[in-house]
Design a protein around this ligand. Structure first.
Ligand code: ZN
Ligand code: ZN
Length: 898
């Protein structure tokens, strides 16, 4: 069931869902819009609703509040209002979402989304809360700067309440508060407000809503989330959720009546950039455009051309004039938005790249750079970043304090963009010469070459071509990269009947007794187990199961749901058998040392490289470990040394490694979201591994009791494994000792072999290499001399206009080639035969004027005598299957070239 159908279904019972006393008491009545057909509530007897689709932005030039509100002041009054009315104000959450399977925080309510098993779970720190949550959405990029209302980064005002019948509140109170906020706080006339009925379909929950529309602008949307599941299969939740979200930018806009919401937030910054770019604004045109922009939605147009065409008709202005006058202004709006989005994202640990969360960041960064170029705006992106960070220094000071890091990352990205653009240009031109570009090809051009449609458009214009860029390009890009792909764990039905396996692996148990509950393929299921099942990047334990006189090796252990499965080789112990499990303890210790080392190295890397560093993946085996980190550049030798030094310092300090269990919300508040290095949690209770008070991570692995037990950590290598991700490989503890003793036995063997001491080993090897180079050089010269002597001895035979030589010579392929080079001229054909490493080696050359191709000649000889060879027109080489004397060979040659 889609959104429309759900709305229709619920509206059959509208009194149950939307009829609220608070609306009736204030004189609101339900009506149906004659234009769009939506049901809405208003005081006035309106024919047409206040939705943007149904009317112009009537507030432009005519603000609807009693005074103008700045961004800061608007939030202040909203926050004060909600706090006065029993809400707790929360600090904003990161815009890069670490606690739920979304790349970005797309709305305030996401702050309270968590997963439990595979279901959405609402987790509130207090029954009623409010937060100003910067939110990133990339499904409307083409509309940003154009419609006056779309942003990739907007400030989401969240009013939320978890209602269980006692604490929190439900619909009546929500609308009562919001009516007060609109009328008493902002001074909007009650008669101006429309509440439009709608529904909300989320991931794993849904509900119905009332949208607040004033003078053509949607100011907020109160969602009453009441059902869990899908419209086909759902349950009513015990705890219902009020989720009222509003864009702070829109409150500023309607209170200021500026042309766009960008002007309302970035008034001064827009002016400054217009000045630098030397753009004269046609105020009258912009105002007319702004009023009707309520109905603009770029993505609904088939192409940008149609967009300008229709707009031109409506405004009665030529397309060309519109483009020239509005294009650069729209670009400035978009660039300001994109700069803010990038700043929040990078400050919160996002990195532009070609994968995952970084994908959309690179898209908007490249879009900004190409817009500046396209309209020749005369400022650089760094100036914009600075203006934006300063603009928000009072309410989001972290943007200014993080500005240097943002600039550093943008600079690197800009260089990459320049290089890839040149390459992309050739590809685009080649592709354009073949015909039109499909949407798939455009997406592919972006994905593989990083070239934006703006750039493609530019290149097309240069060669006088018009191309159609589908307006849903950015939406489609976003769709491709919106959600994290998470594989659903499918638990086989055969396992459903088993009780959870009692887990002993955290208790240092080397041997344990257990009862076999059953088998599943090659897997044995026990009532209890001390084997660590693979997970969190840590390989599983191995060992054996003893029963009676038999013993079978356990090669791998996994966990499905709550059941631990032991993969064994040989005869499976029967159901009901008593077994003794023996864990390979040496392997366990090494893996454990590597796991604790991974946490330490991760901490050290974050300390040395910066907070943007985040674990992307990790692997801990007995032999070695690696840690993949998000970072924008390759590591320098010094950085590696520093990380290693700090990691070993933590080992030396012998800090306690403590395990604690706590509620998810409590852990987040105490330690922050960096506990989710291994990904988002799916349980409401977490196992937290703490290294002293330095580092805390939610982790299910086995760990040393103190950092000293980890032993020495040696970083072996660091590589950039993909865009924005580096891999650190290292060994620790026993594995490190073993590796070191292996290296020292290697050194000893070399000392013996080369009859030298350890200290002189390197110097000796260097000298040996040098000597080899000298000898090789000498050898080459000698061979050249031999070739020359040979050449003098050999004579050509004239056949028509050509001179021909067929000869058997002694020497290796190099010598044959040299002889041939010494002798050949434009009119010569040289065929040399030699024996090299028991092969009948043949070298052929043919001059330019002979009309013979060396390759063809070689192939013909091979065909007649038997053998293989290849080359080009001038030279060819090969080998013959049989020995042949030169007279015979000569006959063959003459036959072929005749
Ligand atoms: Zn309407
Ligand atoms: Zn861990």
């Amino acid at each position: 069931m889609g959104k429309d159908e759900l709305l229709k279904t619920l509206q059959r019972d509208w009194e149950k869902y939307w009829k609220l006393d608070v609306l009736l008491q204030n004189g609101f009545r339900r009506r149906r819009c004659a234009k769009c057909g939506k049901f809405f509530w208003s005081i006035e007897d309106q024919e047409i609703c206040n939705d943007a689709n149904c009317r112009e932005y009537e507030f432009i030039g005519q603000p609807r509040t009693k005074q103008a509100y700045s961004y800061e002041r608007a939030w202040e009054v909203i926050r004060n209002f909600f706090v006065r009315n029993g809400h707790i104000e929360l600090d904003r959450f990161p815009v890069v979402c670490r606690w739920f399977p979304l790349y970005f925080t797309i709305a305030g309510i996401v702050d309270f989304y968590r997963m439990r098993d595979s279901e959405l779970d609402f987790e509130f720190p207090a029954p009623s809360v409010t937060v100003l949550q910067p939110s990133l959405r990339f499904n409307d990029v083409a509309n940003v700067g154009v419609t006056g209302r779309h942003w990739t980064c907007h400030s989401h005002v969240e009013q939320a309440s978890l209602y269980d019948g006692k604490s929190g509140y439900w619909k009546e109170r929500c609308i009562e508060l919001d009516l007060k906020l609109l009328t008493k706080v902002f001074g909007i006339e009650m008669e101006e407000i429309n509440f439009i009925e709608d529904v909300w379909l989320g991931a794993g929950a849904f509900g119905y809503s009332l949208e607040y529309h004033v003078a053509g602008l949607e100011l907020g949307n109160a969602v009453f989330t009441e059902f869990k599941g899908t419209p086909q299969r759902y349950v009513t939740m015990d705890k219902k959720v009020i989720d009222m979200g509003a864009g702070l930018e829109r409150f500023c806009w309607i209170s200021q009546g500026t042309f766009t919401s960008y002007d309302a937030v970035f008034g001064k910054e827009v002016q400054r950039l217009l000045e630098i770019a030397g753009i004269e604004v046609d105020e009258a045109l912009l105002e007319r455009y702004a009023r009707l922009s309520s109905r603009l939605n770029v993505e609904e147009m088939p192409s940008m051309e149609t967009f300008w065409e229709r707009l031109g008709k409506e405004l009665n202005v030529s397309q060309r004039e519109l483009r020239t006058k509005l294009g650069p202004i729209q670009a400035i709006y978009a660039i300001l938005d994109h700069a803010r989005a990038l700043e929040f994202a990078i400050v919160d640990g996002g990195i532009p790249s070609n994968v995952g969360a970084g994908y959309n960041l690179r898209v908007i960064l490249r879009r900004s750079l190409s817009l500046i170029e396209k309209y020749d705006l005369g400022f650089d992106f760094y100036e914009v970043l600075e203006l934006v960070a300063k603009r928000f220094k009072r309410i989001h000071p972290e943007l200014l304090s993080g500005l240097e890091k943002v600039k550093q990352i943008v600079r690197l990205e800009e260089e990459r963009y320049k290089t890839s653009k040149e390459r992309a240009r050739r590809v685009v031109l080649a592709r354009l010469s073949k015909g039109e570009l499909s949407l798939e090809e455009l997406l592919e051009l972006y994905d593989s070459h990083g070239v934006t449609p703006e750039t493609i458009d530019e290149i097309a214009h240069e060669i006088g071509r018009e191309i159609t860029i589908p307006q849903d390009f950015y939406a489609r890009l976003a769709q491709r990269h919106e959600r994290m792909e998470k594989e659903e764990e499918k638990i086989p039905e055969e396992l459903a009947g088993y009780p959870p396996t009692e887990m002993l692996c955290y208790q240092d148990v080397r041997e344990f007794e257990a009862i076999v509950l059953g088998n599943y393929g090659d897997f044995v299921i026990l009532d209890r187990s001390a084997f660590y099942p693979e997970g969190g990047g840590q390989v599983s334990d191995t060992g054996s199961l003893k029963y009676g006189d038999a013993e079978v090796p356990v090669v791998r252990v996994i966990k499905m749901g709550n059941v631990i499965l032991h993969e064994v080789r040989g005869n499976l112990p029967p159901k009901g058998a008593k077994v003794v499990g023996v864990v390979n303890w040496e392997r366990r210790i090494k893996t454990t040392q590597h796991h604790t080392a991974t946490h330490i190295v991760n901490y050290a890397a974050r300390k040395i490289l910066g907070d943007h560093v985040w674990q992307h993946g990790a692997s801990k085996s007995p032999e070695r470990a690696h840690l993949d980190l998000t970072h924008f550049a390759s590591l320098t030798e010094e950085e590696l040394k520093e990380i290693e030094r700090l990691a070993n310092e933590i080992v030396k300090r012998n800090l306690p490694v403590e395990i604690s269990y706590m509620k998810r919300g409590e852990a987040e508040r105490r330690f922050g979201f960096s506990i989710y290095q291994g990904g988002f949690p799916t349980t409401s209770e977490l196992r937290i591994v703490s290294i002293g008070d330095l580092d805390h991570e939610a982790c299910g692995g086995t760990h040393c009791k103190r950092t000293g037990e980890v032993g020495r950590i040696v970083l072996l290598d660091s590589t950039r494994i993909q865009d924005g991700v580096i891999r650190l490989e290292f060994v620790a503890g026993r594995a490190c000792e073993e590796l070191q003793s292996y290296y020292s036995s290697l050194t000893e063997a070399l000392e013996r072999e080369l009859k030298t001491s350890r200290e002189e080993l390197v110097e000796l090897v260097r000298r040996l290499i040098e000597r080899r180079e000298i000898l090789e050089d000498r050898l080459r010269k000698t061979k050249e001399e031999i070739a020359l002597l040979y050449a003098r001895k050999l004579g050509f035979e004239r056949v028509g206009k050509r001179r021909i030589l067929v000869a058997r010579v002694k020497g290796d392929p190099f010598i044959l080639k040299q002889i041939s080079l010494n002798l050949s001229g434009p009119d010569t054909i040289v065929v040399l035969l030699g024996v090299w490493k028991e092969r009948n080696f043949l070298f052929v050359s043919a001059g330019a004027e002979t009309g013979v191709s060396a390759r063809d000649l070689m192939q013909q000889i091979c065909k007649k005598i038997g053998g293989r060879g290849g080359g080009n027109r001038e030279v060819a080489s090969g080998s013959l299957d049989v020995a042949i004397d030169e007279t015979k060979l000569k006959q063959v040659v003459l036959e072929v070239i005749k």
